[in-house]
Design a protein around this ligand. Sequence first.
Ligand SMILES: [Mg+2]
Length: 272
Amino acid sequence: MNFGYLIDMDGVVYRDSQLIPGAARFISELQDAKIPFLFLTNNSQRTRRDIAIKLQRLGIDVGPEHVFTCAMATARFLARQKPNGTAYVIGEGGLLHALHTHGYAVVDKDPDFVVIGEGRTLSYEMIETALNLVLGGAKLVATNMDPNCPTTKGTRPGCGAVVAMIEEASGVKAFSVGKPSPVMMRAARKELGLDTEHTIMIGDTMETDILGGVQMGYQTVLVLSGSTKTEHLCNYAYTPSRVVDSLAMLSHNELIGQFSTVVPNEMELAVA
Ligand SMILES: [Mg+2]
């Protein structure tokens, strides 16, 4: 069985609209060797097509089939939980498109779910509506719980910060689908047809990319080109399988050489 990759984008492939050096070379290496890979993002704002165009303009020639967003994971999850349901949505195009594609109607009254994603058009009235719908019995679902996101100007509040307002006001905890949730991590692996042992998660954030990968039993590679610095690593009870400065330091052949090394299982250790 071949290895394949789930690759976070922000802080791994690009920072805002700047390509991170080495990213295009690494992706070309995967494409030349026909290694399966999927870009994984906790940003629900854009569709997979929007994101593929962004990547193409940065010099990474991939189609929409190489992108998997938390909006897609959320819509698939809801469609399985309750087919042809209804949702009140705080979010933008990527989330609305995914929900519509999966048979959901977006409504302002009596929804099955209140779904929260990223957006830049948030108002107090939207929070108030969401709160009252949750208090009225709608189930609260978050596309992700990222507290904030780095930008070139500093930091912007993430989806998790908006969800926290509704959680605090309602006393109801949201169910979150995006990384590190196994719902999204497993769906992405299945999309590539990989098994657990041959799935490699590359990311820059310990709380989402690396935690999600570790919980699923995937191999994990932390890149230091984004939010995590080496001195932060001692704060976590879990460690990535590998830490590199950036994708520029990574070679597929060298990596699978490391990950293919057989680790004795508990039975073998006991016999020895
Ligand atoms: Mg990232």
